[in-house]
Design a protein around this ligand. Structure first.
Ligand SMILES: [Ca+2]
Ligand SMILES: [Ca+2]
Ligand SMILES: [Ca+2]
Ligand SMILES: [Ca+2]
Length: 489
């Protein structure tokens, strides 16, 4: 259903209030006739003393519905990007009733019922410098909102009657208000999870429509050009059940896509940013910044340790080999185990984004994992050097391999930005110390949690065959950790 808007203010700075004769049908005018109490005594009584507490914060406002004779309730929603903080004056009062920042709202303040003039001036300016002037007929006990919005780069006011919430344990009442100047009728649709459901259809500029919507967080699409295709998506958070919320569809200057702001019943104005499109590419580079204490160690056959921070950090520096029992002692010559030092390239993952909207929290399966930059045996430079491991392990046939992905390996986007990678695959180091087909395998894992990457192994093998005979044991440790640069947790 549609509720008519009361009055659109002039934005020309004209102090002469224009009559509310542009109102198509308000239901307010009639009430106004019954509430003629505009005499000075009532205007002042009990009102002035209450404003100071409300003036700056919007907290400490009054609850609409608490009936005070000859009084109405008024609040401000400021979604005009062309105005900063403003003072809002009533009639000829020298002190502003309330002050409010751009993209903020106020709780209700009391105002005397009757025909009132509202003047909006830049913060600190007198009412005579008002940039917006509007008249409003305040019926006794009515609850009204003054919405400041941009109209052709000028702040303008729309005054509307607030709706009462419907009692519901699961739904909130949305009053969708179109204040996006130069935008035609808008249609709001609830997106998914399984089907899309219209919320309001064809709401025109300066009109509003009231509807009950699930109070839980919902994805909302707005069609701004009447082609039945959603143009902008929003992730609207949970509202309190049985609350009434003014949902403003506005545009900011310079022109942006439609923006949503929700004026909650506690006076808070909640900005709901538009969702971002996911990157065109569904490939995420795993380039990671590793900690300098990341290390690989073998405790028994080679008793050797290599650590990224060892050496002078220059290209080709020796990260090993040091005595695993006394790292101050270098065993033999320099071995460059980590040619890229802390700046690992690792590889990349790819995901399928077909169903993603870039709105809210979305988790997508990882389809492929490519770790060719972490280690490979082609002779190319990799994060862990194949040549370095060969030098370390006697030139024995050696490989570092990784297991397959499964359905629990995912990427998570929060409003279209990569916020987490959750990935775990097996990591196996195979070394044939006999050069004759008797491989020893050590097992660990590659794990990414959020933005933290780790290569972890602590595996002890017994009776290890080597070219010099059976060794009783070999303990292999990988302890490499870092952060994946592409993830913003
Ligand atoms: Ca469209
Ligand atoms: Ca180093
Ligand atoms: Ca190095
Ligand atoms: Ca896995």
């Amino acid at each position: 259903m549609f509720s008519a808007v009361v009055f659109i203010a002039c934005s020309d700075g004209d102090d002469d209030p224009e009559g509310p004769n542009t109102t198509p049908d308000s239901g307010i005018t009639a009430s106004d006739d019954a509430g003629p109490s505009t005499d000075a005594g009532e205007t002042d009584a009990g009102i002035a003393s209450g404003d100071a507490g409300n003036a700056d914060s919007g907290v400490g406002g009054v609850d609409a519905g608490v009936q005070v004779a000859n009084t109405a309730f008024l609040r401000i929603a400021h979604v005009a990007s062309t105005a900063g903080r403003v003072d809002v004056y009533l009639d000829d009062e020298a002190t502003p009733r309330v002050s409010v920042d751009a993209f903020a709202g106020t709780d209700y303040v009391l105002a005397p019922a009757g025909q009132r003039t509202i003047r909006v001036a830049e913060s600190g300016q007198p009412s005579s410098s008002a940039v917006v002037t509007a008249t409003v007929a305040l019926a006794e006990n009515s609850s009204m909102s003054v919405a400041l919005y941009d109209d052709e780069a000028q702040p303008t006011a729309l005054i509307l009657s607030d709706v009462a919430p419907t009692a519901s344990s699961t739904q909130a009442t949305w009053n969708v208000v179109h204040v996006a100047s130069e935008v035609g009728p808008v249609t709001l649709t609830r997106i998914g999870p399984s089907t899309n459901v219209p919320i309001v259809e064809g709401v025109r500029l300066n009109e509003s429509a009231t509807v009950a919507v699930d109070a839980s967080a919902v994805k909302v699409g707005i069609d701004v050009d009447q082609d039945a295709e959603v143009d902008v998506l929003f992730s609207v958070p949970e509202f309190s059940p049985a609350s009434a919320v003014n949902v403003y569809v506005a545009v900011e200057t310079p022109a942006s896509d439609a923006a949503l702001s929700a004026h909650l019943d506690d006076g808070t104005l909640l900005r709901v940013p538009a969702c971002r499109a996911l990157p065109q590419s569904s490939v995420v580079p795993l380039a990671s910044t590793m900690t300098s204490t990341s290390r690989i160690a073998e405790f028994n056959i080679t008793t050797s340790l290599a650590e990224i921070g060892f050496g002078d950090g220059s290209a080709g520096d020796g990260d090993g080999l040091y005595d695993v029992n006394d790292p101050s002692v270098q065993l033999g010559g320099d071995v460059d185990v980590f040619p890229r030092e802390e700046q690992f390239v690792v590889g990349e993952i790819a995901y399928v984004a077909d169903e993603a909207t870039g709105c809210g929290i979305e988790t997508l399966g990882i389809e492929t994992l490519d770790l060719m930059d972490l280690w490979n045996d082609t002779g190319a430079v990799t994060d862990i050097s194949s040549a370095g491991l060969d030098l370390w392990f006697f030139g024995a046939p050696l490989s570092l391999t990784f297991g397959a992905l499964d359905e629990s390996d995912t990427v998570t986007f929060t409003d279209g930005a990569l916020s987490s990678i959750d990935l775990q695959v097996e990591m196996v180091l195979t070394i044939d110390y006999t050069f004759a087909g008797n491989p020893t395998t050590y097992t660990g894992e590659l794990r990414i949690e959020g933005n933290r990457v780790s290569l972890l192994m602590d595996d002890t093998q017994l009776e290890v065959p080597t070219a010099l005979g059976i060794q009783p044991l070999s303990r292999m440790v990988f302890a490499l950790t870092g952060q994946v640069d592409a993830v913003n947790p």
